[in-house]
Ligand binder design. Sequence first.
Ligand code: PMP
Length: 295
Amino acid sequence: MSPVPFHQRDGWIWLDGVLTPWAEAKLHVLSHALHYGSAVFEGERAYGGAIFKSTEHSERLRRSAELLDFEIPYNVAEIDAAKDLVLAKNGLVDGYVRPIAWRGSEMMGVSAQANTIHLAIAAWEWPSYFNPEERLKGIRIDMARYRRPDPATAPCHSKAAGLYMICTISKHEAERKGYADALMLDWQGRVAECTGANVFFTRDGAIHTPMADCFLDGITRRTVIDLAKRRGFEVIERRILPEELATFNECFITGTAAEVTPVSEIARHKYQPGNITRTLMEDYMAEVQPKARAA
Ligand code: PMP
């Protein structure tokens, strides 16, 4: 049975301050965001009724918009409250939360000085992978055709919808070849990140991850770095060349949706999900539980 398309689901979507029946949460085809990519969004997860690092996500959403030269007409506390309202109204305890802000339709051209800024928040069920043993085998990743853009070319620290165009193309190509995802290099040809997650490697007991200087510094990435340091692992943020892919033992990716997902292969390089990956998977799942946060 194919899943119900997103526009046909039941529930409530918060749209410009109003809880709106899911099917009625629409925008016009002449919205600036659709034509010129002027939209920013977030991906968040609620665990046990509470969104993990909700405020950090709301702050990033507002910052992403500022990088695209617009201001979301709601402050961080209002966005946090709206997300909680959406979860409650939809009866979700564990779920994925998707706020999106975009330029409306007052002006239709590159310039959009007078356009209204809209904000919508939806939430839906997105289960975790609950079979850790199956997951521990790891996913297979291909090399992406596209690179992350030079910070002088695009607002690379914004979670902007337009920056995902090259991610979708790269992920489609990888999936057609039987891979789960694609690893993107940066504009200088160094290892950057996957199409919707950051990447980590291990070698000789230390953890290596690319410096987030031209791509999204994931909230999960920062959480996992903290958890690893708490465990006493050495974490080295540095420039990683693709030639080094053959020298690592373990590899995993991190993201709100991916959580901590082991990797068994990147192109022809094989990895053995092991002790460090397993430890951080478990530590991350413990960390996101509301009781861990309250403690
Ligand atoms: N990079 C990209 C391109 C992403 O889409 C995501 C997911 N938001 C991440 C990294 C990881 O970010 P986070 O841990 O904040 O979800």
